[in-house]
Ligand binder design. Structure first.
Ligand code: ASP
Length: 562
């Protein structure tokens, strides 16, 4: 007797016991190590009474074999047992991915991925979308993420791998393919990043003659059409939140709305005190106080953990926070309590709806960094509490929220005077702000929207600029980019370009959340590590001197380089 497994599951096989026939089969079986591929011919029968296995899906039946063949003998020792994959370290799983794929979880994830892709495709085709493949060998154009370059045999000339089919999908609109979609492979060379892949998949869409609402509701319908039944009914439309509300209440443009502990503004409470403010604070007008309330925190968080929060605030944001424990009604214990008059403490506790046993984390500073800090601590505290088994959020909840009304441009990091795009340079301003691009670009709101699920951005898109002059002005005058490599797009915009817009859904991330996985590697058949390595084939790999010469590439020694 043995257990036979295929992709559907496992079942029990009985080999016959008669001398001539059965013995040969048993011998073959004994010589075949686990994971060998076999062919069994036989009859399915009900198991004898009392011998059913309730723990097995097929526990009521068994197969009585009349023939047994070994099609491929597995080697005696595999790097790990398929069943024990949970105990196996990830690099080993990656190295032998073809074995790892055999485990039940990976089978489920990869098959669900395929089903979702198929359902989405059907939905889109039914709604008049045309699937178009766009090139993966493209040219370097300005802006956006860092792209991979691909050498060509033309001396000094390189392709790039596109970070998304953005330009092509807009050019398709000019070309009269008024509803385009593609399961697009995208590439970004952004170095080591936790849970990012250098290559990933987007469900990429573009439509002509649409408004923002059309794209948002189509995306909602698209996700709903493919939503697995066992994950519960999806309520659409999804809620919407402006970028500024997201920053103010959640400290991030990717709000996790599964739990409260919102970032509250308590600036009013400190109108007469100046804690956290020093004489050299750059921007007094933009100095606010923000706080979060950890309900029952006194009982749940140790002093060591609270110290860790202080350290993180310093390390990541260079800000000092104050931890205030409420012991009695309206009275806080903290390092700053003695400087806070009773009425300030009372006011603070009212605004924060604090009760004895709660912990308030308070910080003060400029709006954006202080909101980001409190938003970061909100998530950190939630995961600390969850780690202790304190239920903060429903593990089965899928909280979608649209974030829109983003600023079109943001100050470049470390350089307050230059601007960069919040989304990408093709995003249109809202109609009311169009003229302001020429006067106060930093105040312009863009027609850009992101879809956030449980605190992760799973889709993003925008209505596009379809006017050549405006697009050129944004590229050259606002972003100070050399637009010459985008002449093809600029010319297309002069050639009868319909108004258009679109979105791209990050398929890997959506799948990871659906499958309850914390990393996208668990929903990708052959993933790469955070550093971009394929541990199975050891890509990227060195190439021969000869090939390097063919591509006119000379390697420079690190020593010569320094
Ligand atoms: N191409 C954009 C991105 O990859 C999505 C879009 O604007 O449609 O983020």
């Amino acid at each position: 007797m043995f257990t036979l497994r295929d992709f559907m599951g496992a079942t029990q096989v009985i080999l016959p016991t008669d001398e001539a026939h059965g013995k040969g089969m048993v011998q073959l079986l004994m010589n075949a190590p686990l994971e060998s591929v076999v062919k069994v011919t036989g009859t399915v029968r009900k198991r004898p009474d009392g011998l059913e296995n309730k723990n097995m899906n097929t526990g009521a039946i068994e197969i009585l074999a009349c023939d047994f063949k070994v099609l491929n003998r597995c080697k005696e020792i595999l790097p790990f047992h398929v069943h024990d994959f949970k105990e196996v370290k990830e690099p080993l799983r990656m190295q032998y991915r073809y074995l790892d794929l055999r485990n039940k979880k990976m089978q489920h994830n990869i098959r669900l991925r395929s089903k979702l892709a198929n359902d989405m495709r059907q939905f889109l085709c039914k709604h008049g979308f045309v699937e178009v493949e766009t090139p993966t060998l493209f040219r370097k154009t300005p802006g956006g993420a860092r792209e991979f370059i691909v050498p060509s045999q033309q001396k000094g000339k390189f392709y790039t791998l596109p970070q998304s089919p953005q330009q092509f999908k807009q050019l398709l609109m000019v070309g009269g393919i008024d509803r385009y979609f593609q399961f697009a492979r995208c590439y970004r060379d952004e170095g080591a990043r936790i849970d990012r892949q250098p290559e990933f998949t987007q469900v990429d869409l573009e439509m002509s003659f649409v408004e923002q609402d059309d794209i948002l509701s189509l995306t909602e319908e698209l996700i709903k059409s493919a939503w697995p039944e066992d994950k519960g009914q999806l309520q659409i439309p999804f809620p919407r939140m402006s970028y500024s509300t997201a920053i103010k209440k959640y400290g991030t443009d990717k709000p996790d709305t599964r739990f409260q502990m919102l970032v509250e503004d308590v600036t009013e409470c400190f109108s007469k005190t100046k804690i956290f403010q020093s004489s050299n604070d750059e921007d007094k007008d933009d100095f606010i106080y923000k706080a979060i309330n950890i309900k029952g925190g006194v009982n749940h968080l140790s002093n060591r953990e609270l110290k860790l929060l202080e350290k993180e605030a310093k390390r990541r944001f260079n800000y000092k926070i104050t931890i205030m424990k409420m012991i009695d009604n309206n009275q806080f214990i903290s390092q700053i309590s003695k400087y806070l008059p009773n009425d300030v403490q009372k006011n603070l506790s009212e605004v924060m709806k604090a009760e004895p046993g709660d912990i308030i984390i308070l910080g003060g500073g400029r709006t954006f960094p202080i909101c980001s800090l409190l938003g970061y601590l909100r998530k950190l505290v939630a995961s600390l509490l969850e780690g202790k088994g304190i239920k903060i959020q429903d593990p089965d909840a899928f909280n979608f929220v649209w974030v829109n009304n983003f600023p079109l441009f943001m100050p470049k990091e470390d350089c307050d005077i230059s601007l960069e795009t919040t989304h990408h340079p093709f995003t249109a301003p809202i109609a009311e702000h169009q003229d302001m691009i020429y006067t106060k670009p930093e105040k312009v709101c863009g027609q850009h929207y992101d879809l956030v699920l449980n605190g992760f951005e799973i889709a993003g898109g925008s209505l596009r600029i379809h006017d050549e002059k405006l697009q050129r002005y944004v590229l050259e005058d606002v972003l100070k980019e050399d637009a010459s490599s985008l002449e093809h797009l600029l010319q297309a915009l002069q050639s009868g370009c319909p108004p258009h817009g679109g979105i791209a859904v990050g398929f890997d991330r959506l799948m990871a959340i659906l499958c309850g996985e914390s990393t996208i590697r668990e929903v990708i058949a052959f993933p790469k590590t955070g550093e971009g390595n394929d541990l199975m084939s050891n890509a990227p790999a060195l190439i021969s001197e000869e090939l390097l010469n063919e591509y006119n590439i000379q390697l420079i020694d690190d020593d010569n380089n320094s």
